[in-house]
Design a protein around this ligand. Sequence first.
Ligand code: ARG
Length: 460
Amino acid sequence: MKLWGGRFQKNTDKLVDDFNSSISFDSRMYRQDILGSAAHAKMLGKCGIIPAEDSELIQKTLLEILEDIEKGQVEFETDAEDIHMNIEKILISRIGDAGKKLHTGRSRNDQVALDIRMYLKEEILAIRQMLISLEETLLDLAENNLDTILPGYTHLQRAQPISFAHHMMAYFQMVRRDIERLNDCYKRTNIMPLGSGALAGTTYPLDRQMVALELGFDAITENSLDAVSDRDFAIELSSCLSIVMMHLSRFSEELILWSSHEFGFVEMDDAYSTGSSIMPQKKNPDVAELVRGKTGRVYGSLMTLLTIMKSLPLAYNKDMQEDKEAIFDAVDTVKMCLPVFTRMLAAMKLRKQNMYRAAQGGFTNATDIADYLVKKGMPFRSAHEVIGKMVMYCIQNNKAIDELSMDEFKGFSEIIEEDVYREISLEKCVSGRKIPGGPAAESVLRSIQTGRQFLNGLNR
Ligand code: ARG
């Protein structure tokens, strides 16, 4: 019989059992469910709501069940619907009436809210740790490449020279915001809903603070109706994870481009590439492509969650059982992507000569020559036009700007002198931009230091 079978005269249809059951996907919360129940039982005993012996027997047996599950000795039943009732049923089968007292002052509605929060709290910390590893890899890559020059792009057209360090530190900043967003999401997840009952709290004098403390929560929820109908924290997490994946997908896209023959800026290590079953010459950046592709799944989870929750009347509705597969898949996907992405990055070879050569083409120093004229007294707009003509001349004559002779330079402006060659070198274009946030080695070094301070300041 079902734990809730009292009011029913018939068994549920087999199809309904399967349809209704969530055990196939919520069983992964067995540990959270058991620890939550043990804390609840402890509090019930302490508050004199159930006898102390029963409380102790329940706690002890729950921990035995936990051990048995971890040893693989427990089989869950589809008919018992979900992880909450499966555990309770096993408990009752082991200790009878004492076990039947566990659910006093509790509903599965506040229980499931508790379990998901506990589960996601752990996952947030695990993902945060992976983001920290990615950050450390980015800092190392930056530190080793302060003087590695490559073209920076806008519109995917070569724009101005920057350093590889500067480029890596751009991603560092994105991932830093990802970490900060997760910290923030953690705060709102770290609130304890038990005691909200089905929707209207309970008449039992539960000590909610004690349960919160016992389970490592910062606070208790403020409104019973909200507590059982709130899945904001899951939506918030999947939105944080979507942004993480958006960042990884942009990075992946660049790595894919950079490892093409057309760019040739990087070469993936053999351990992070795959070959083709037909074309013997191929070495494909599959890891980066899969990360880019999996971004779609994570966005999908966010849409799923938002759509499930849309227009739901308060408080709990069974629709909300559909939250789990979506948020679990988002979490699993990100946890799969991050470590492999980080290791691929650390193992990647840089083709510095190709980067440098690319920066030499495409007139990436054109802005700097215009600035050179400005420093000699010409208004910027006029300088822009003069250099525009110079670029056109170079295109027609198949030359780079720094390949022009002094005579050719003079043809565009009398104020250009010998020092122009030094002033428009790629090295100077980069090192001159020592403005805070700029690509000069000294600026990037400063942001590497700030970055390390940020990582050290995180309580891990
Ligand atoms: N398995 C359910 C879920 O995941 C647990 C809560 C069910 N409560 C209820 N009254 N049907 O949402």
